[in-house]
Design a protein around this ligand. Sequence first.
Ligand code: ADP
Ligand code: TYD
Length: 209
Amino acid sequence: MAQGLFISFEGIDGSGKSTQARALAQALRAAGRQVTLTREPGGSPGAEEIRHLLLDGPPDRWSAETECLLFTAARRDHLERTIRPALAQGHVVITDRFADSTRLYQGITRGDLRATVDRLHDLMIGVDPDLTFVIDLDPALGLARARARAGAELRFEAMGSAFQTALRAGFLDLARAAPGRFRVIDGARPADTVAAEVLALTQARLTDG
Ligand code: ADP
Ligand code: TYD
């Protein structure tokens, strides 16, 4: 049986994570791999219910602390019900966002909650992906793309461009601190070009083990 691999996509809103996660899943399936494509918040029935609580409503609906707990609860369910079973069956699991999003959205952008986020992660989650792609993009471009997209939940996007700028810097800092896990990808290029680079890096990782 093939060895499972756990991959996440991270980056600011509208950077192209969902597009790239889908493209990678399709390419790997075409190459004969079994793939589970999933997302956060969500990715299991219980976590999808929590997603609605988190993403619908006004920006100040939850305190940052409450948000941490809700994202962590959703992630724990996602891990138990979707991610771990798929990895055990040898799937490549591709998730659109994971714990790095909490480290930044809840951890650094609204007060310094990073220590709390890290403690909760250690207590309840305890794993990070094998490989994380940060799709890096200028926030102005990301916002324009996100606005053009129909039907998106807008709670976090409504928090503004200074927030997105802080997020972008935060993702790049996380990547610098853990170069073994992260690959920073220039998301301003055409989607096909980005997808080809992501696929090549994933295949290199699958080959190296
Ligand atoms: P995210 O999941 O990071 O919010 P999406 O993948 O949903 O981003 O992309 C946001 C919007 O931008 C979508 O309408 C998508 O079709 C478009 N898009 C994605 N990647 C690119 C790209 N490389 N160039 C131009 N537009 C893109
Ligand atoms: P999503 O639909 O993934 O938005 P986008 O496609 O724009 O990335 O919505 C998820 C939103 O939730 C996004 O704004 C980021 C936020 N989020 C957090 O604040 N913390 C988290 O831990 C996660 C996973 C997402």
